[in-house]
Design a protein around this ligand. Structure first.
Ligand SMILES: N[C@@H](CCC(=O)N[C@@H](CS)C(=O)NCC(=O)O)C(=O)O
Length: 212
């Protein structure tokens, strides 16, 4: 579908990846306009006209500008044709929202920043690793995985039998966490969650979003 859609951000961001997964799943074409949050603050001044908090992503569809990933992805699902990305049934829809919020509140910081950044990204950049941060993050990761294990039950995806916005929120966070050896070890304790990861990471939407 050729429409006037722009995503502002960088492909390395888990939240940008979540939005790209939604757009890819809907078959919506988009331009990715680079915004590097690690650049000097002055470089971000123009971008703050779009996103006053200076975070990525933001989305523009024609004249309509939107930021906050959960809002963007709901809009993408509702504004464009393509397979539904939110469950029709109220309970599953609530689960989807719950898992998106859990991922923001309890998983993003420990899995991405405390484990991935400390174990993988810092050494690559010649920075020291804070082992205490990693050690403190792993029990938090276990709580998150245990909750996902129970919430997803025997369904193929986190909030039903087809991928939803919950999967798009969680998958990029998993992708980074699993680069760390500790991450791979922890996930082995949760076979249902591990099987989900194999399913979601094999989707074209995920592969295109991460640029593989
Ligand atoms: N609540 C925001 C979070 C977005 C977010 O934190 N993005 C990160 C990159 S993954 C960012 O822009 N960080 C820049 C910063 O913390 O200054 C959303 O849902 O879009």
């Amino acid at each position: 579908m050729s429409v006037d859609v722009t995503v502002y951000g960088a492909r390395y961001s888990v939240y940008v990846r979540a939005v790209l997964m939604a757009l890819e799943s809907k078959g919506v074409s988009y331009d990715l306009v680079p915004v590097d949050i690690f650049s000097k603050s002055e470089d971000l001044d123009a971008y703050r006209e779009i996103h006053p908090f200076g975070r990525i992503p933001a989305l523009r569809h024609g004249d309509f500008i939107l930021y906050e990933t959960a809002a963007i992805n709901r809009y993408v699902d509702e504004a464009f044709l393509g397979p539904p990305l939110q469950p029709a049934q109220a309970e599953n829809r609530a689960r989807m929202t719950q898992i998106m919020s859990m991922t923001d509140s309890y998983a993003y910081q420990p899995l991405v920043w405390d484990v991935y950044v400390e174990r993988i990204s810092n050494p690559k950049d010649g920075k020291p690793t804070d082992e205490a941060l990693i050690a403190a993050a792993l029990p938090k990761a276990r709580i998150y995985f245990k909750a996902l294990h129970y919430l997803m039950g025997c369904q193929a995806f986190l909030a039903g039998e087809a991928p939803t916005l919950a999967d798009f929120h969680a998958a990029p966070v998993f992708g980074y966490f699993l680069e760390a050896p500790e991450g791979r070890e922890v996930v082995k304790e949760f076979p249902r969650v591990q099987q989900w990861w194999q399913r979601i990471s094999a989707t074209e939407a995920f592969k295109r979003a991460v640029g593989s």
